[in-house]
Write a protein that binds this ligand. Structure first.
Ligand SMILES: [Zn+2]
Length: 306
């Protein structure tokens, strides 16, 4: 419908349309074997991609942005994902809450719109502790999810809870993440509801952690399999799809260890393209669900058909 309206407007530029555009849906379901996956939009922001990306070849970022029709900025998306196994409801990442301005923080509302109350969330698995993934754990200092256990990889928690030792090591763009992580986890830690796991751990039957350290100290994807179908929830493997599928060597200032992040991306792109598994991506346009396929020497993103 939106496409039809756009085509109509293009054909008849002199006509003024007074009708309000319909609000875009902020949740989307995918059936994965016996499990229901719900993509939840936390909102969008303008990402200064040309400024944040670190290119491996001079000019490649502007070339690839231009090829996709962008200038120096791209529309940035933040998505979280609910896995409903029937027995357990696992939320993967929590969105930005109030940490990153009013454009984000919509995960709890989208969860309700999809038919779930925050009280029904049993576990929250964090891909990492950057603000756009943890801020939504709290509202005014209170836990948004009163019954959930929060799980994160042990190196990740240790890194962000030691601000004194580690803040000097990170890029200016993420120095604020230490306070954000501590504040977002505080009510859960106070009630003994934060648990850590080792890289590669199995967290529930058919659901295991995949070590993608590099973007952060314990950056983790989660691979979920039900009845032979697999979904990889890959966190921040990609920040700017228009650039990083075509050139996976492009990194971003947010990466703690860019060379390690690049290696992790190369590894997981190759695996995902080979397996043909579903991908759930935090920063690809909502719903952030699709597949990675090989495209010559590089890769391409094939989004879930609308
Ligand atoms: Zn992120």
């Amino acid at each position: 419908m939106r496409l039809a309206v756009a085509v109509l407007l293009a054909a008849l530029p002199a006509i003024t349309v007074a009708a309000e555009p319909a609000a875009a849906p902020g949740f989307a379901r995918l059936q994965l074997g016996a499990y229901t996956v719900v993509a939840l939009s936390d909102g969008t922001f303008t990402m200064p991609a040309a400024q944040l990306l670190i290119e491996d070849r001079p000019g490649i970022v502007k070339t690839l942005l231009g090829r996709a029709g962008y200038g120096n900025t791209v529309p940035g998306a933040v998505n979280a994902f609910l896995i409903d196994t029937g027995d357990k409801r696992v939320l993967i990442d929590a969105g930005g809450g109030a940490l990153l301005g009013s454009g984000l923080g919509q995960v709890p509302a989208q969860l309700r719109a999809a038919g779930y109350a925050p009280e029904q969330i049993d576990e929250i698995w964090l891909t990492h502790l950057h603000p756009d993934h943890v801020g939504g754990l709290v509202h005014d200092g209170q836990a948004v999810y009163p019954k959930a256990i929060v799980r994160t990889e042990d190196r990740e928690l240790a890194f962000w809870l030691d601000k004194t030792a580690n803040q000097p090591k990170v890029d200016d763009s993420v120095k604020g993440a230490f306070d954000g992580a501590a504040a977002s986890l505080a009510p859960y830690r106070a009630s003994g509801r934060v648990q850590t796991f080792k890289p590669g751990a199995t967290l529930l039957p058919g659901m295991r952690a995949v070590d993608l350290a590099g973007h952060t100290a314990g950056h983790t994807a989660y691979r979920v399999t039900s009845r032979g179908q697999t979904l990889l929830v890959w966190g921040d493997t990609v920040h700017v799809g228009a650039v990083q599928f075509a050139d996976p060597k492009v990194t971003i200032h947010f990466d703690s260890t860019p060379a390690q992040a690049e290696a992790a991306r190369a590894r997981i792109f190759a695996e995902a393209a080979k397996n043909g598994e579903w991908i759930a991506a935090a920063h690809i346009a909502f719903p952030g669900l699709g597949h990675v396929r090989r495209d010559g020497d590089a890769y391409a993103w094939q989004p879930l058909a609308p």
